[in-house]
Design a protein around this ligand. Sequence first.
Ligand code: NAD
Ligand code: UDP
Length: 313
Amino acid sequence: MAKRILVTGGAGFLGSHLCQRLVAKGNDVVCLDNLFTGRRENIDRLLDEHAFQFIRHDICDPIVLEVDEIYHLACPASPIHYQRNPVRTIRTCVQGTLHALELAREVGARVLIASTSEIYGDPLTHPQQEAYWGNVNPIGPRACYDEGKRCAEALAVSYARQYDVQVRIARIFNTYGPRMHENDGRVVSNFVVQCLRSRPITIFGQGQQTRSFCYVDDLIDGFIRLMASGVSDPVNLGNPAEFTILQLAQMVRGMTGSSSQLLYEQLPEDDPVRRKPDITRAVEQLGWHPEIKLEQGLEKTIADFRRRIQHET
Ligand code: NAD
Ligand code: UDP
């Protein structure tokens, strides 16, 4: 049966893909966004659909809507954006999540919280399992986001315990794909844009730090399975294939046919050294695992950026 579903942060990178998938599955979707890092053009094609509605609203202000499910994604995700106004980031993580949970409680909706691998901080175990409590610097430059998201998880489990709200917690690992903002500073978008514009590829530190990159379509599939499941514990969603940042740079350079040089810059403070999800829980309890290999996903991502850059000129 079709549901009425709220997606906060629905005009952002992940949110817009999620809205598109939910509408395609026959649901009525309300997309709420204050357009801080999101863009109207991400949801342009959905605006003509009867089943889609856009509300410009800041989730730090309360809202009441009759919905069956809430995907709560509203929050800047890239370090340059979440560090620009750290107080606002904390407010969005804490007050915004409080409002999403309060709405869920009021209307009896199930709510999925977009958490992050950042709650593990610079992890001391590898790969990261959900049982790991993390190694987060509570006063560093990433604290506004990391601790904000940890508080969002604490709020979610507290609403579940105290008020029986049905919560789902997705711990998302680095996800990439078409529609990433070209200036959002994340590594995949930076490298692709730098290669396509024949600019130097900025490697922070020696590029030996690792990340595991999940293609957006796989992640959205994981979101939808998690929401439909009975799993109220946090679930890691990500692609366990691990790459150094240098390997990623070389791959993007090769695939774009670029001759951009590598430019080594200072490693940002508290930049996690290694990151790779243990996805046993998602595999066993959701029957989910990512299908798209990095090279395939990069191909689609590069094609999207190429189109956008050509469009500009
Ligand atoms: P994004 O910046 O593209 O999207 C975030 C959206 O939230 C934007 O549209 C922005 O305008 C909106 N927003 C921000 N503050 C808001 C507020 N106060 N009220 C209403 N809307 C607000 O980032 P994304 O990559 O799509 O991330 C979406 C969610 O997933 C975030 O919660 C992020 O923390 C989480 N996440 C993403 C990744 C990833 O690799 N993409 C990894 C871990 C976690
Ligand atoms: N990074 C890099 N060059 C860039 C952008 C990022 O070397 O132009 C590195 C960054 O230091 C980090 C990794 O790539 O080690 C992933 O960075 P991103 O900001 O995408 O995500 P996060 O650090 O939140 O995982």
